[in-house]
Design a protein around this ligand. Structure first.
Ligand code: CAA
Ligand code: NAI
Length: 246
């Protein structure tokens, strides 16, 4: 198993890509902390994994709230003893054309997708430094790399995630911590279900593989970057997008 004896926190693990990742990580031997805002769904996901005999627990967290993040990181450390892997996967959209985008929606997306990634990473890193090793995997997006109509706020955060990834890869590499990002294309989850049909048809035309990605397609990329197979990969952005916008 590729994550035997590892412990992982996955944020946004109560649905979509995050839950797919929790399943794949647990199957590969990791103890998984499913961290999410949505308590009902998160408990349900953790129970599903426990029923299969995996070590998985739910921790309710709002990644935008620093005190809350510090609290759950302490709880995970008490419960698991160490944190080997952090997957900063939680994210939201509040799409609108620039002219119609409210400052509230601009800020809300920054608070979760950008500041949330900063909070979780800063809270987890001291224990990784003490252990002399760790893996941090951030979630960017095709929108952060190429931009996307209606996503000023979201694209800004996902481009910001790339900047933080490369900075932390440089700062933390000599402490034994690899920091990388995955940039998914359009993936079949609740997030893309909200895109108007006509727009989705236009977007799909840009994908050489001519389909949306599946949550497992991204979960497998997280798994690769978390595994020993990626020991010498640091500061990279792995595009998992069916070849969109080459
Ligand atoms: N690409 C190309 N054209 C787009 C577009 C897109 N992504 N989004 C909207 N448009 C076009 C529309 O087709 C429309 O064209 P026409 O004027 O020719 O009809 C024009 O822009 C205006 O759009 P609306 O009439 O829909 O304007 P609105 O103000 O009612 O809504 C909107 C604007 C909220 C941005 C809505 O169009 C929308 O939700 N678009 C989808 C945005 C999107 O792609 N979000 C991705 C969500 S998934 C995700 O975020 C995951 C990830 O990381 C990729
Ligand atoms: P999703 O909407 O299915 O799941 C997101 C999860 O994050 C939900 O369970 C939600 O409760 C949780 N969450 C939201 N705000 C939170 C907060 N403040 N604190 C803790 N948890 C919170 O979304 P999906 O599609 O699974 O997205 C996962 C990640 O992948 C996000 O970062 C998203 O931006 C990114 N992404 C998704 C793409 C897609 O097409 N679905 C494409 C590119 C990137």
């Amino acid at each position: 198993m590729r994550l035997q004896d590892k412990t992982a926190i996955i944020t946004g693990a109560a649905g979509g890509i995050g839950f797919a990742a929790a399943k794949v990580f647990a199957r590969e031997g990791a103890k998984v902390a499913l961290a999410d805002f949505n308590e009902e769904q998160g408990e349900k996901c953790a129970r599903e994994l426990q029923k299969k005999g995996y070590e998985a627990s739910f921790f309710q967290v709002n990644v935008a709230d620093r005190e809350n993040v510090d609290e759950i990181v302490s709880k995970v450390l008490s419960s698991f003893g160490k944190i080997d892997i952090l997957v900063n996967n939680a994210g939201i959209t509040r799409d609108a054309m620039l002219a119609k985008l409210s400052i509230e929606d601009f800020q809300k997306v920054l608070d979760v997708n950008l500041t949330g990634v900063f909070h979780c990473t800063q809270a987890v890193v001291p224990s990784m430094i003490a252990n002399g090793k760790g893996r941090i995997i951030n979630t960017s997006s095709v929108s952060g790399v190429y931009g996307n109509v209606g996503q000023t706020n979201y694209a800004a955060t996902k481009a910001g995630v790339v900047g933080m990834t490369k900075t932390w890869a440089k700062e933390l590499g000599r402490k034994g911590i690899n920091v990388n990002a995955v940039a998914p294309g359009f993936i079949e989850t609740g997030m893309t279900a909200a895109v108007p049909e006509k727009v989705m048809a236009q977007l799909l035309q840009m994908v050489p593989l001519a389909r949306l990605g599946k949550p497992e397609d991204i979960a497998n990329a997280y798994l690769f970057l978390a595994s020993d197979e990626a020991n010498y990969i640091n500061g990279t952005v792995l595009h998992v997008d069916g070849g969109i916008m080459m």
